[in-house]
Write a protein that binds this ligand. Structure first.
Ligand code: TYD
Length: 144
């Protein structure tokens, strides 16, 4: 693994800390597009009622950038930029996982009642997906 590759993965996938307003009545966290996160939010979606043995994701995106949060409970995100693999356990609603374009992601090990919220840079577009891993690998290595 060369240095340029390490820095590419570091820049393309990273945890983002959000502000937290502590209060005896309950904590509050907020997100401002273009301020706390590096894109304007064009879509929000969330996963819930996820069976504990479910596997989600299994795709990459041509252009989409996303930030993934565990608003409640926890789950694992497995990340792959075509060269380097890493994994993150999301369980803190103040910490979002930023995922740039051209990153393969898989999600599993959802806790009971987990809620995953995703902020996205574009509206839903099936044409933006790589759902075939080999096709993704060929593209990310410059052959796609
Ligand atoms: P998918 O992105 O594969 O889900 P995940 O990565 O969480 O496993 O999407 C599952 C289905 O939902 C697929 O048929 C596309 C549809 N979908 C939308 O219609 N709009 C959306 O914003 C998203 C994220 C998915």
């Amino acid at each position: 693994m060369n240095d340029s590759h390490v820095s590419r993965l570091k820049g393309s996938v990273r945890l983002i800390d959000l502000p937290q307003i502590r209060d005896p009545r309950g904590d509050l966290t907020f997100v401002e597009g273009g301020n706390h996160i590096p894109f304007d939010i064009r879509r929000v979606y969330y996963l819930y009622n996820v069976p504990v043995d479910a596997e989600r994701g299994g795709h990459a995106h041509r252009d989409l950038e996303q930030i993934v949060f565990a608003l409640s409970g926890s789950f694992r995100m497995r990340i792959d930029d075509g060269e380097t693999k890493s994994e993150y356990w999301l369980r803190d609603p103040r910490k979002g996982l930023y995922i740039s374009r051209m990153i393969w992601r898989e999600m599993d090990s959802f806790s009971q009642g987990a809620v995953c919220m995703v902020l996205a840079s574009h509206r839903y577009d099936e044409a933006d997906y790589y759902r075939d891993y080999d096709e993704f690998l060929a593209a990310v290595r410059g052959r796609g």
